[in-house]
Design a protein around this ligand. Sequence first.
Ligand code: HEC
Length: 216
Amino acid sequence: MSSWYEKLSHKVEDNAFKLSVWSAIAVLVGGLVTLPPLFLQGTVQKIDSVKPYNALELAGRDVYQEEGCFYCHSQMVRPFKWETDRWDPTRQYGDTPYSKAGESVYDHPFLWGSKRIGPDLAHEAALRGSAAWQVSHLKNPRETSPGSIMPAYPHLFETDNMLDTEVIKARMSALRILGVPYTDQDIQNADSLAKNKTKGDALVSYLLKLGKDTMQ
Ligand code: HEC
């Protein structure tokens, strides 16, 4: 005599069409339970000190995505004790606060990531705030971090990798539609901020923005 759930599973799984319909219903119900609450006001608490990326930082964020830095780096300190404690105290960042949703409100898409082949970069600006260190590390990680397996990116600082200010402005306008509060002036500033700058310069300025608004 088979149990009730065996009977039920036979009924549902014997027929591929029925199984698809029931699976679709399960996904819809799951989606309705988990997604709409996120759109209700007040779920994500705003943090006043968090400001949108300026033109150069935003261009650097694009480079971060193009180069796939997120394949090796996360940008989220999870709210677990072992996670907030894991930071190496000799590098002065023991006991770091965990990441809040309000820190990523201007990230479209967010880059929290799930891979930690390299260290988490959520608070990079507060940990390694020196542009000179970041440049030298990106050009040759072995120079600053002996034995590092991180790839070198010297080409990003060469003159055939200059930024295109028009592309940055178009991106900022698109983000404005998504709700990032850019003013016309912010968008115009791309001309001066990104002028004669390389993708490498933009990437460094992005790294120096990570965690800056909440950690410093
Ligand atoms: C193959 C994996 C891998 C990739 C891809 C990678 N990294 Fe790394 N990264 C590492 C490892 C491992 C370390 C730790 C050793 C070191 O400092 O180089 C590291 C360290 C870093 C650090 C120093 C973090 C700290 O505070 O100690 C920064 C900043 C960084 N990476 C940025 C980047 C950026 C930006 C990119 C993309 C352009 C990138 N990484 C791509 C593996 C990677």
